[in-house]
Design a protein around this ligand. Structure first.
Ligand code: 5GP
Length: 111
């Protein structure tokens, strides 16, 4: 199977600034932002949907912790929403797990 667009970004084959990386996750700005700040928190491992994660996976809690860190360290005000689309009929276009991080507040820094 060919790599997803997010795997290509992670490998540097498609340009996109990676704002943060952890062992399991990386964060980029959405190319088509739906809010003043619209980031994508993406699993490094290419897993199609949330439904494919084993029930004991710690990815969801790690993604939430990373969202909190972004909000507390980088947002002008730490108020935001997290959204996960699961499946085509829920609006999922890229079949590689990602959490949308949306806020009406700007990023004050990207470090
Ligand atoms: P989904 O609809 O799968 O939940 O969200 C996929 C998101 O990926 C969309 O919001 C879309 O704008 C974003 N996206 C698609 N291709 C690219 C890309 O090449 N670079 C970046 N930064 N975002 C992308």
């Amino acid at each position: 199977m060919s790599d997803s667009i997010f795997t290509k970004i992670l490998k540097g084959e498609i340009p996109s600034d990676i704002i943060i990386q952890t062992d399991d996750l990386f964060v980029i700005k959405d190319i088509n932002p739906k809010a003043k700040t619209h980031l994508l928190i993406i699993t490094k491992e290419e897993i199609p949907t949330l439904n494919d994660l084993p029930s004991n996976s710690d990815i969801p809690s790690k993604a939430v912790e990373l969202a909190k860190r972004i909000a507390n360290e980088m947002l002008e005000k730490p108020e935001y929403k997290l959204q996960i689309n699961v499946g085509k009929n829920a609006g999922q276009e890229v079949f590689h797990i990602h959490f949308h991080f949306l806020s009406k507040f700007k990023l004050k820094s990207t470090v």
